[in-house]
Design a protein. Structure first.
Length: 228
């Protein structure tokens, strides 16, 4: 599967989405900071699985219908930071869809995630990541899960990887940094956590109108091997 994740910077990079889907022949596209009222139902050969409804900075998931069938989508609120309470940028920080993959005959859960900004503590973002993983497991405990998005976690990622590794999840970073707006905060903000998936590669794509660079994930399910 080819999965892209892109923080659109308050929808500023929305015009790039059709080209992104076509150029990289995407199977799934997960978005953050999009204006869900303006999202098209179709994006080239991709369809909108669902999007958040309550957010100023929305989340959404697109999929390729000739391969995938969406079975269930849920959105989730996560613990709020002080920034969330004052500025109210988003209520729902996670959207997950359970898909059936006609190519493999297997089901899996894909999710778009947006952690609280750097004004919050890493401890809060760790809480959000843990809660997000637990919410996705509730959609299918034994299924493979893949959560991409803006984790807002540019420092101490080795420690984060060890923490989530204890719960069975893997953390995968891209080949290059994904945020370049401020020199002091450059780094890997956008990455992948997964379970039951083989992450073959994570590539940072060229910069566009957003302050985040999109990432392209090549992944495959390991469910068959696990079942064996």
């Amino acid at each position: 599967m080819k999965i892209a994740s892109y923080n659109l910077r308050k929808n500023m990079a929305s015009a790039e989405l059709a080209g992104l889907a076509h150029t990289y022949e995407l199977d799934l596209l997960c978005l953050q900071e999009c204006d869900t009222n303006l999202l098209p139902a179709e994006l080239g050969e991709m369809k909108l699985a669902d999007a958040t409804k309550l957010n100023r900075l929305g989340l959404a998931i697109y999929y390729r219908p000739d391969r995938f069938t969406p079975l269930e989508t849920k959105t989730f609120e996560l613990k709020k930071s002080l920034h969330d309470r004052i500025a109210a940028p988003t209520h729902e920080r996670l959207i997950g869809t359970r898909f059936f993959d006609a190519e493999t005959g297997l089901e899996f859960v894909a999710a778009s995630f947006h952690a609280s900004p750097l004004t919050a503590l890493n401890s809060l973002r760790r809480n959000q990541i843990k809660a997000a993983h637990e919410a996705l497991k509730a959609m299918g405990e034994e299924l493979p899960h893949l959560m991409v998005g803006d984790y807002n976690y540019p420092l101490f990622q080795k420690g984060l990887g060890k923490r989530i590794g204890k719960t069975g999840y893997d953390l995968s970073l891209s080949d290059r940094r994904t945020y370049t707006r401020y020199k002091i905060f450059t780094g890997h903000f956008d990455f992948v956590t997964s379970v039951g998936m083989t992450i073959d590669s994570v590539e940072t794509l060229p910069i566009g109108a957003s302050d985040h660079l999109p990432i392209l994930v090549n992944a495959s399910s390991t469910a068959k091997e696990q079942a064996a």
